[in-house]
Design a protein. Structure first.
Length: 332
């Protein structure tokens, strides 16, 4: 499973209907030092994603394009790349994101001691500002920001209303294959949204040394139509089931269990809201109210979110000014 030294890197790009962004992602990955494999897994796209990906081949023999016959979601696509890869380090690049400069080399050049997962802070750029903003790296070496523990990670992934989303589950770390293989870790194919969160939780439960440093070049593009921008009830239920299983692990510390209970509670609230809206659309208001009556713990949250949404619609009708978000780092 080696790829020429301890620092050979596979960049996995799972893609679905990504013909508009896939070339940028691939080209940025092929420019990285230490990268011996760039594996694009086309998750049964209905557009020209695979064809455009193949045209990005730079002749180095590092690019592979795998096309799946059926759409299985990002977890299934990434697991296919994991099975195909022979590099010592595995990392993910979302198909609408990209690397600037030599992100991989910058990360691997930091002397941090042993690590199993190593991530940099990411820069989140709204799609409409991509051409207007230039991404620059600090001249000083990246600093260690955090030795991540399970409790801190889980609590960071609770969505706080009114605050820009900044869950550490968005991070895209370099992951040592020997650690993943030793603990039989891969992506949970039952989870289509939140698959990174689930993998990192399991890694931290297994004792992963997870280090986070300053921004080294991962740019996440914020798009209103991205798959991660909307969560259906089934997606949230899968995360809820995952949390429930983790909470019941007898080896879990009390502090970690408390954090997972908090995340489970927040996810349950969001699931109840999503399910109530689905029922209202399919069966009407009365059926949705009946469902909510059975979700006593989540009813206040759902009511507040519905009121907030109604107030926002009213504000827009009255001509309220909407402030466009600008680029921001995930941490800090």
């Amino acid at each position: 499973m080696t790829g020429g030294g301890d620092n050979s890197v596979c960049v996995c790009i799972a893609a679905y209907n990504a013909q508009g962004t896939i070339a940028r992602a691939i080209k940025s990955a092929l420019k990285q030092s230490h990268v011996t494999e760039v594996i694009v897994v086309d998750d049964a796209s209905r557009d020209g994603t695979a064809e455009i990906a193949r045209r990005c081949d730079d002749g180095s023999g590092r690019l592979s394009v795998i096309v799946l016959e059926r759409n299985g979601g990002p977890s299934a696509a990434r697991n296919r790349a994991l099975a195909h890869s022979r590099a010592d380090i595995f990392c993910v690049l979302d198909s609408d994101d990209y690397f600037v400069s030599d992100r991989i080399g910058r990360l691997l050049g930091i002397d941090l001691g042993p690590w199993d997962l190593l991530a940099d802070d990411i820069l989140i750029v709204p799609e409409q500002f991509l051409d207007a903003e230039r991404v620059e790296l600090a001249e000083t070496p990246p600093r260690l920001l955090l030795n991540l523990d399970l409790r801190t990670f889980v609590l960071s992934n609770i969505v706080v209303p009114g605050r820009p989303r900044g869950e550490l589950g968005f991070l895209k770390p370099l992951m040592r294959r020997r650690f993943l293989d030793a603990h039989r870790l891969d992506y949970d194919q039952r989870i289509r949204l939140g698959e990174d969160y689930a993998l990192y939780v399991r890694a931290l439960m297994a004792g992963a040394r997870f280090k986070i440093v300053d921004f080294c070049g991962y740019v996440a593009v914020e798009r209103p139509d991205s798959l991660s921008a909307s969560h259906g009830a089934a997606d949230l239920e899968a995360i809820k089931i995952f949390d429930e299983a983790c909470v019941n692990d007898p080896a879990l510390s009390e502090t970690a269990r408390d954090a997972l209970v908090e995340h489970l509670r927040a996810t349950t609230h969001r699931w109840a809201l999503a399910r109530a809206l689905e029922i209202r659309r399919a069966e009407g208001v009365a059926a949705a109210l009946l469902f909510l009556a059975q979700q006593t713990g989540s009813a206040p949250y759902v009511a507040s979110k519905l009121f907030q949404a109604r107030s926002e619609r009213l504000r827009r009708r009255l001509g309220g000014r909407q402030v466009m978000p600008r680029s921001r780092h995930l941490i800090g």
